[in-house]
Ligand binder design. Structure first.
Ligand code: 4FV
Length: 217
């Protein structure tokens, strides 16, 4: 899977994409991360990429021209890629979206907004807009990292035990959270591991775990 990231701050991704599973996935050739710096498409001598909002209002907006130029550059690299835009105006991003996007054989182009937002006309070049939560961030880089992490870990060959993704939270229905889990020691400062988990009775363990799984609060 080719993942292209359009950002003014590509260096922000080094720590996240350069470590652990996301790095191993790249190392195994399962995914590639490429950056398109949309400053390169800025207008005029000062490579302008933002401007004041029509109709007034505080702050600056991302201009449509530099951004569409950056998207078209990324599309030229991967014509079939899906263009994703993290934004508070988007659909709430869920595990089912991660599963669906991980299953597509298409590449991804993820835009990372900055400033107060973007010129709405850019959405003509966007396939899906996602909101990762009802709070406001300084930029789209963190939402992009969240989306990338949630998709890449589902790609075949990334997670160690292939099955582990199946039993985890939100996997079946975007709302059920997985059962609580324990590991050594059996007794930590008087806090004991539930006896059933030490019993070896798999059927009892299975039903205990089902009872413990619940919908997210
Ligand atoms: C956001 C979110 C988010 C809004 C203005 C970036 C910021 C700034 N994106 N889910 N919540 N974006 O807060 O996706 O440009």
């Amino acid at each position: 899977m080719k993942i292209q990231i359009i950002s003014l701050f590509p260096e922000m991704f080094e720590g996240v994409l350069g470590n652990s599973m996301l790095w191993k996935a790249r190392d195994k050739g399962i995914v590639s991360y490429e950056f398109v710096n949309w400053r390169d498409f800025g207008l005029g001598p000062r490579k302008q990429v933002d401007d004041t909002p029509y109709g007034g209002g505080d702050g600056m907006l991302m201009m449509v021209e530099p951004l569409v130029a950056a998207i078209e550059k990324a599309k030229a690299n991967d014509p079939g890629a899906k263009v994703l835009l993290p934004s508070p105006r988007g659909h709430t991003y869920k595990q089912s979206d991660a599963k669906r996007l991980a299953k597509t054989d298409k590449g991804l182009i993820i835009i990372c907004p900055r400033y107060e937002g973007y010129d709405e006309r850019v959405t003509e070049w966007v396939d899906e807009t996602f909101c990762i939560g009802n709070y406001v961030l300084t930029g789209g880089e963190l939402p992009a990292m969240v989306i990338i992490d949630s998709i890449v870990r589902l790609l075949p060959g990334v997670l160690g035990g292939e099955t582990s993704a199946e039993i985890e939270s939100f996997q079946q229905d975007d709302k059920s959270v997985e059962f609580p889990q324990y590991t050594r020691p059996e007794d930590f400062r008087g806090l004991k591991v539930p006896q059933v988990l030490l019993s070896g009775h798999h059927a009892e363990i299975k039903s205990w775990r089902q009872k413990q799984s619940r919908d997210r609060l």
